[in-house]
Design a protein around this ligand. Structure first.
Ligand SMILES: [Zn+2]
Ligand SMILES: [Zn+2]
Length: 350
């Protein structure tokens, strides 16, 4: 990585890499905090601080973050960043076909920010996506019913749309697509107003409750959601959890098996209604399981390879989904997030 970065971008890139290397949270957040401090300085203040060597007098900037700022400001790649990039390049590389597949992805259609249960502001998620070379990212925070995940009411979602519009002006040509991960109610309807769903670029519909329902009941529920004209992507279709995980406020979720439903009927409906089946890359989900993914391929489904990232470093998880796509023979052309943003939007609004 030799492109020149602004001091704040360099700090965020360092935080991103530390997170990827699974460093402790406080080390990661030290760099994110320093980036936020730099962003908040009035015009000319950074120059003055560097000139007068008073950078570390600022709250949130220490010797390490300060050194990185000075080096980036001078047009160099900060030493700390260079060392990290090198250390990480020695990690096990992806198989060639998986790496190739992954390189065709232009964005991610399932991400969360601190507006719902994610850990980072929208801007940090977008900057991490930019650092990965993505052209777009759909911001899909949770819908109102999911109160445990701080789901967005209609009013909060309206506010988020304004925030995204402003960020998009700043971050262009990168594009944050507006979106939602919308809960599928028990009757198969979606958990947001029709009017708002119609205004969003991307709607991911997911089941988050009553996961142990009888197969016939679950199938009806999913069929209704897949047929909804607003639905673009069917999120983590089986709801399985492979390993326990920590949630907000220290709640612990136990592993759980796949929900039972008629996969052939649901995937056929996806083909009929032009709804993509998500290949969810979260290591504890890896959903759908391979046998169902193979079935979806056979039936001719379209796919979206998403991370469901709740933190910037998790945006890097797409290789998990790509590995499974390669294994089951998914055709790159059938993966909607290999398309340009314009092609994608033509499809979601169709
Ligand atoms: Zn979900
Ligand atoms: Zn999600």
């Amino acid at each position: 990585m030799t492109t020149l970065l602004t001091p704040a971008a360099a700090l965020r890139r360092i935080a991103f890499l530390l997170e990827r290397a699974r460093e402790p949270t406080h080390r990661v957040s030290a760099f994110r905090t320093a980036a936020a401090v730099v962003d908040s300085l009035p015009e000319g203040e950074l120059d003055r601080r560097i000139r007068t060597r008073t950078l570390t007098d600022l709250r949130g900037i220490g010797p390490k973050t300060g050194a990185a700022i000075v080096q980036a400001h001078a047009g160099e790649v900060p030493e700390y960043l260079a060392r990290l990039e090198e250390a990480l390049s020695e990690l096990v590389p992806l198989a060639d076909d998986v790496a190739e597949f992954r390189a065709t992805l232009r964005g991610d259609l399932h991400t969360h920010s601190d507006w719902s249960d994610g850990g980072s502001p929208i801007r940090e998620m977008a900057e991490a996506a930019i650092a990965l070379g993505h052209e777009y990212m759909a911001l899909t925070d949770h819908s109102p019913r999911l109160t445990v995940a701080n789901g967005l009411t209609a009013a909060r979602l309206e506010r988020q749309l304004d925030v995204v519009a402003e960020l998009n002006e700043e971050l262009s040509p990168f594009r944050i697509l507006t979106g939602i991960e919308c809960d599928i109610h028990l009757d198969g309807s979606l958990d947001q107003t029709d009017e708002l769903l119609g205004r969003l670029d991307v709607v991911v519909a997911s089941v988050h409750s009553d996961l142990r329902a009888e197969s016939a009941v679950m199938t009806e529920r999913m069929l209704a959601a897949v047929a909804n004209p607003h639905t673009d992507v069917l999120g983590h279709c089986t709801g399985r959890l492979l390993v326990p995980r920590e949630q907000r406020e220290g709640r612990r979720q136990r592993p759980r098996p796949e929900s039972a439903f008629d996969a052939e009927a649901v995937f056929s409906a996806c083909v009929e209604h032009g709804t993509a089946v998500e290949i969810n890359s979260r290591p504890e989900r890896l959903d759908p399981p391979l046998r169902l993914l193979a079935l979806a391929v056979e039936l001719g489904c379209q796919f979206s390879i998403d991370t469901d990232a709740h933190a910037p470093g998790q945006l890097d998880w797409q290789s998990n989904g790509c590995e499974r796509a390669v294994e089951t023979g998914v055709d790159v052309d059938r993966v909607v997030n290999t398309w340009t943003a314009d092609e994608l939007l033509d499809w979601t609004t169709a």
